[in-house]
Design a protein around this ligand. Structure first.
Ligand SMILES: *Cc1c(COP(=O)(O)O)cnc(C)c1O
Length: 459
């Protein structure tokens, strides 16, 4: 099969959703009405929606069939046990706490272990993770390796933690660090993987200082595929084995099943710590639901259980990683600046490099994302100064990178959709010097401002 270059999607289409074709004029009007915030668009006005890969994938025949088995008993539903068995097959933690999505797991965990004076290190905090840490008064510190902050640097595991930096943080402040987090793959750092070797080194440092290690495991299967493909000695291992080794190196995890759960909703928090689990379940009952369903229906639990069995299959992961790279390779050949190597779930355009005439505080990523929408109806997501530029004290500084993420929903778009995306990005890049920056309309939202802020184009 590897003899041929054409990517075969390892599925046939079973049900179709129409895409509404729009004109450039319609899109220009729609984005103006949305305050130039792509989150405020009506999704019917989007042609190819690459805003996120979160909960936007297609479910399989077997997941839809599993949904019919959903049992909606309030407590002890059979669907809960199906879910628990599927989760612990890969992640054998003592306590699994279901939540309606990843950020609920984060909120519950950090409300228990966070607070003023605490510090939470991570390779790179995802936006909701950072926001949930900061909402408790704790400090979120990003300790990714230097290569991980340079969009052009080539490294097989650009999501790796800077172990020396972690060590000096813990040497100075271990008593204030309730947990060390590692995000696999490193979403905000470009969907870059973390090696087993790095996880082992982080584990050793955590052990030395007596601090637990948790994984933000949203894209664990994509991370495991990169380990199999790139890490010496891992090529012949089965993906579930690699995942179980990742699990064995950690004391717990947070998870969004909207990513590598192949589901449209769901998540969980897991830990081996009995006291922590009890405290978290108490919060869960207050805000999410009884511990055998969290914020989920029985049918959601079934869909996730089946999704976890499918996401670790080689045919699926080979297609997933290869088809994302296909988009990156074509844009790279067209001279568009990108984060390299290509991440697992998304291609990240380097807006700061493409638009050097737009200062970071005029949001080059926003300018590029809006242009892709108006030009071709493609919705990407700014990951830069709009998302990360503002600090809890109200000051604003440029984020470390200004990127536009083109996230690929799982099993949803075909290669011809992606060929169209390649054409549109190329057309926008060829007139990059005409793009203008934006300013944010005051008053700005207090937290996670990128979701609801409104903008005005600068002339
Ligand atoms: C999506 C995501 C989350 C949050 O999960 P939700 O299900 O969107 O709440 C946390 N961390 C990472 C790395 C993510 O990609």
């Amino acid at each position: 099969m590897d003899r041929f270059r054409t990517i075969i999607e390892p599925f046939r289409i079973h049900a179709v959703e129409p895409i509404r074709i729009t004109t450039r004029e319609e899109r220009a009007a729609a984005v103006e009405a949305a305050g130039w915030n792509l989150f405020a668009l009506h999704a019917d006005d989007v042609l190819i929606d690459l805003l996120t890969d979160s909960g936007t994938g297609a479910m399989s025949r077997d997941q839809w069939a599993a949904i019919q088995h959903g049992d909606e008993s309030y407590a002890g539903s059979p669907s809960w046990f199906v879910f628990l068995e599927s989760v612990t097959e890969l992640w054998p933690f003592r306590h699994v706490i279901p939540t309606h999505q990843g950020r609920a797991a984060e909120r519950i965990l950090f409300s228990v272990i966070g607070g003023a004076g605490k510090v939470i290190p991570n390779n790179t905090h995802f936006d909701t993770t950072r926001a949930n840490v900061e909402a408790t008064g704790a400090e979120a510190v990003d300790l990714v390796i230097a290569e991980g902050r340079d969009p052009a640097a080539i490294h097989p595991f650009k999501g790796n933690v800077d172990v020396a930096a972690l060590e000096s943080l813990l040497a100075a402040r271990a008593a204030d660090v309730p947990v060390v987090f590692v995000t696999v793959t490193n979403n905000s750092g470009g969907g870059q993987p973390v090696s087993l070797e790095n996880l082992r080194a982080v584990r050793a440092v955590c052990d030395r200082f007596g601090v637990p290690l948790f994984l933000d495991a949203c894209r664990f299967a994509e991370n495991a595929w990169f380990i199999k493909a790139r890490e010496p000695g891992q090529a012949d291992r089965a993906i579930p084995d690699i995942v179980r080794e990742m699990a064995a190196l950690a004391d717990g995890m947070t998870m969004s099943a909207k990513k590598d759960g192949l589901a449209n909703i769901g998540g969980w928090l897991a830990t081996n710590d009995d006291a922590l689990a009890e405290a978290c379940r108490n919060v869960l009952i207050l805000t999410e639901g009884f511990p055998t369903y969290g914020g989920l229906t029985g049918r959601d639990l079934e869909a996730i259980a089946q999704g976890l069995r499918e996401v670790v299959q080689d045919d699926y992961l080979r297609y997933r990683i290869r088809s994302t790279a296909y988009l990156g390779e074509a844009l790279d050949a067209a001279g568009v600046p990108l984060v390299k190597p290509f991440g697992g779930h998304a291609i990240y355009l380097d807006a700061r490099a493409l638009l050097p005439h737009i200062p970071a505080l005029q949001y080059p990523g926003q300018a590029l994302a809006v242009a892709l929408y108006v030009e071709g109806g493609i919705r990407g997501c700014e990951i830069g100064t709009v998302m990360f530029g503002r600090h809890p004290d109200g000051t604003e500084t440029p984020a470390s990178m200004d990127l536009v993420r083109l996230a690929i929903p799982r099993r949803t778009y075909t290669q011809s959709h992606i060929d169209y995306v390649i054409e549109v990005v190329g057309a926008v890049a060829s007139r990059a010097s005409e793009l203008r920056g934006f300013r944010m309309v005051e008053p700005q939202p207090a937290a996670l401002r990128h979701f609801t802020a409104r903008f005005e184009p600068l002339s």
